[in-house]
Ligand binder design. Structure first.
Ligand code: FPP
Length: 247
């Protein structure tokens, strides 16, 4: 957390952008138009996060489970991510945004992987907002890949099992070097994490809003940041308020 302009601002906000399909259905439009409209919301939200003083913004763009969708929809989502990077990378770079990608890269299409790597490489030295795009991401898969890498180190004799602890585990996750999310937001009224940042969410504040992702606005985002500032985070200890009262 940081204090920007005398307000408590979450250092890291992660968002499950849900409800594109339902937004489109409610308007009698094809689901693809819901996703397209969702990209516009991504642009507004990145801007709003930077302005609010958030330092890390993670967006769940494609989950390991999204492969179960029809091929046409998968192609549309891949196409939108490609178009977003092609069209917006220069502007993101100019705005000093650093792009990080989390998720399994192994079986990704080469054209997508090339673009993702280009986005990371171009913005590597930037010092402003870090935009973390979770693509082909699933938390259990991430944890299993980290465990496999740790097991390889142990088998090679470079690491003792007794040296494995939560801090070391953090360094083997895709999110290595990124602080845990302080706030996780999910749109569309669903109240679950759906395999998103399960390890990293240990102490995150959770907020579920009924709005579909294309309707998520900078105003609503600011409202949620205000709500966050009022929450009492204890990390297993006593409330700072309770401590103050008990003294
Ligand atoms: C959930 O809506 C949304 C997704 C599966 C994808 C989100 C992707 C984007 C907004 C576009 C690409 C991202 C970036 C970063 C440019 P849903 O289809 O599950 O909606 P539903 O639950 O109403 O069917």
């Amino acid at each position: 957390m940081s204090i920007a302009e005398n307000r408590i601002v979450p250092e890291h906000v992660a968002i499950i952008m849900d409800g594109n399909g339902r937004w489109a259905n409610a308007r009698g439009l094809p689901r693809t138009l819901g996703h397209r409209s969702g990209v516009e919301t991504v642009r507004e939200t990145v801007k709003a996060a930077g302005e609010a003083g958030v330092q890390y913004l993670t967006l769940f763009a494609f989950s390991s489970e999204n492969w179960r969708r029809p091929p046409d929809e998968i192609n549309e989502l891949f196409g939108l991510l490609k178009a977003f990077i092609r069209r917006d990378l220069a502007e993101l770079h100019k705005a000093n945004v650093k792009v990080r990608i989390i998720g399994e890269r192994e079986n990704l299409r080469v054209d997508i992987l090339t673009l993702l790597l280009e986005a990371e490489e171009t913005t590597r030295e930037n010092t402003g907002l870090t935009l973390v795009i979770a693509f082909n991401y699933g938390s259990r898969d991430e944890i299993a890949r980290a465990a496999a890498r740790l097991a390889t180190e142990v088998a090679a004799g470079r690491l003792k099992p007794s040296e494995i602890n939560a801090d070391l585990m953090n360094q083997y996750l895709d999110t290595a070097g990124i602080p845990d999310p302080d706030l996780i937001i999910r749109t569309s009224g669903e109240e679950r994490l759906s395999n998103f940042l399960l390890w990293q969410a240990a102490y995150a504040e959770l907020m579920f809003v009924p709005d579909f992702w294309p309707d998520f606005s900078p105003e609503l985002f600011k409202e949620l940041l205000d709500r966050f500032a009022k929450r009492d985070r204890r990390y297993g200890a006593l409330s700072t308020k309770a401590v103050a009262v008990g003294q």
